[in-house]
Design a binder for this molecule. Sequence first.
Ligand SMILES: [Zn+2]
Length: 346
Amino acid sequence: MPRLHCVCVLLAVIILQASAQVKFADGNLKQARENHRPKEISLAAIEKLSSLSKTSNLNDVLKRLLVERVVGTAGHEEVRNFIVEYLRKLAWQVELDEFEDETPIFGKLKFSNIVATLNPNAERFLVLACHYDSKYFKNQVFIGATDSAVPCAMMLDLASSMQSLLNAKKSDNSLSLQLVFFDGEEAFQQWGPKDSIYGARHLAERWEAEDKLKRIDMLVLLDLLGTPDPNFYSYFQNTESWYAQLLSVEERLDRAGHMDRYTYSSVAPNQRTVRYFQPRSYYAYIEDDHIPFLRRNVPILHLIPTPFPDVWHKLSDDGTAVDISTVQNLIKVFRVFIAEYLHLDM
Ligand SMILES: [Zn+2]
């Protein structure tokens, strides 16, 4: 079993005994979600999606995000504006979910979740999410590259590199893609129910009141990504088949030779096999932005490595901790996953 970093406030060691019973008012949406299956793309299509990395501007995007992003600071505002402008230029509908909340240390602060939607008229959404704020450290500058500048950069890169493929999907009113950049994930003083995941708590409550949660097929939460050789597990039983899909995508990309600086036993039999997506379930309870949605029965796919990266909540979680090959590999996996989930016309 992987070792859990039990000291971390993000992680409690409560074992989930049973999967949540999912009940939705709108039976049709629930049925459509449950009946939804991936549409496997061809080897040529995998090739095409991989090659999109060649013209990627990931490094430029990352540079803009690798700054201090503590809520209420100039860096935080600049990054928020950058994400909003970036996606508006790609013709996504971008909305800010703005609110105020009481925090320790800083008192009342203004938070803004960013919600970008490919086709707002769609009935159902595959939602990718991460948080864009960085953790406050007194008298120190903490960048939080893996936490979560890299996941934000990955989501922006997916939107730009897949722009033409996604544009063709804009007229589909049944299923579409949504990107959520949560604000205020980090605690300011000590992780607890009132000091953490400010943005996720607000958005889940708001969408529940607006009866929008039933339109979420699945919330895919990206967190602590960017260091080499992450180990993922399936954390939730009701999304296991979609986790298995990621595993299959990784295998197919690897077999086709598209995983960069990555060792696989068939290629190099004596080398350690790298597999990001482990073929195992692991029902650890990790506190993160998905929790308010999980509690409201939204299906969750949590893409966070176990164990967490060594740099987690250390000042060394900056640009030097990031392995671009790993990031590009993961982006390729997500491109194929999105294409197969949304049944993109390749
Ligand atoms: Zn953190």
